[in-house]
Ligand binder design. Sequence first.
Ligand code: F6P
Length: 341
Amino acid sequence: MRVGLLTGGGDVPGLNAVIRAVVKRGEGEHGHSIVGFRHGWRGLADGDVMPLTRSHIRNVLPTGGTLLGTARYHPHADDGGLDAVRATLEEERIEALICIGGDGTLHAASKVAESGVKIVAVPKTIDNDVWGTDRSIGFDTAVSIATEAVDRIHTTAESHNRVMIVEVMGRHAGWIAATAGIAGGAELVLAPEEPFDIDRVVRFLQHRHRAHASFSIIVVAEGAVPMEGSSMTYETRLGPFGEIVAGAISERLGAEIAARTGFDTRVTILGHVQRGGTPTPADRILGSRMGVAAIDAVSAGESGVMTALRGDDVVLVPLSEIAGKVKQVPAEMLEVARALA
Ligand code: F6P
């Protein structure tokens, strides 16, 4: 069987582990030919193809990024995009497709699957907000980078008696903010799940600095917003694919806190450093498990499904079940971040 493979949306560490697993298992166990499409759905629509054999995946396990390249392009949202995808699949005699992506790529996958193409999807996003799976590939690496950053911010915050705001990624869910905040011992975690009250934030900082501390660390997800009706106005700025303009909330929050408290305040925007570099062992293992599960599912004739981690097991869930849903941080985890401030 000829099986196509693409990586779409923002890159994450661990993608090459999936590609490697699909090629090794696909060739070795099932006797398939694996064909890669460069730059996600864009390459599939444009016929930008590359062979994927064992020689292409040598030594890629510890590498970040994606050897296939990626792009934010959604064929169903482009005039003629779906037809172009189908034409390439026919020309390349592709019988099934494995798509590795986050919400945008998975939504596109369900649309392409509806049009009769056999698809198995694999969830990746450092945001960890794909519904139906306990973990998405890339999240563990991002948390470890963000936690190290919070640890490092600690010593300089304390030396200078400053309020330090650390902005992490997370548009619709604050998984990185909550986990790196707890692991790094931040005083406040602000996440999209719970719009914040700026008056409470200010009261908390004033009380803490009066009572026992000379510095504070606030981890804020890029998608965090103030409560409606609160005394801080803010409008989230979005790019063409719904991505949040980095730094917008933290710069605004920093200015607000400095003005209201008089505390020396600094902002650090971690940005794409969270997505770069070598994957953690956990992401390499998850990527490898999901790659094997995906190619095994294709070989078993499955379609319209996504590989998912549930507890200790990798299972298949229908794409139709996850469409339009966002996996948010449980209130209990945000409460832990609050309780340990
Ligand atoms: O892919 C998810 C993500 O990392 C978000 O957390 C972030 O908002 C967005 O991508 C950034 O997109 P880009 O890399 O296109 O700037």
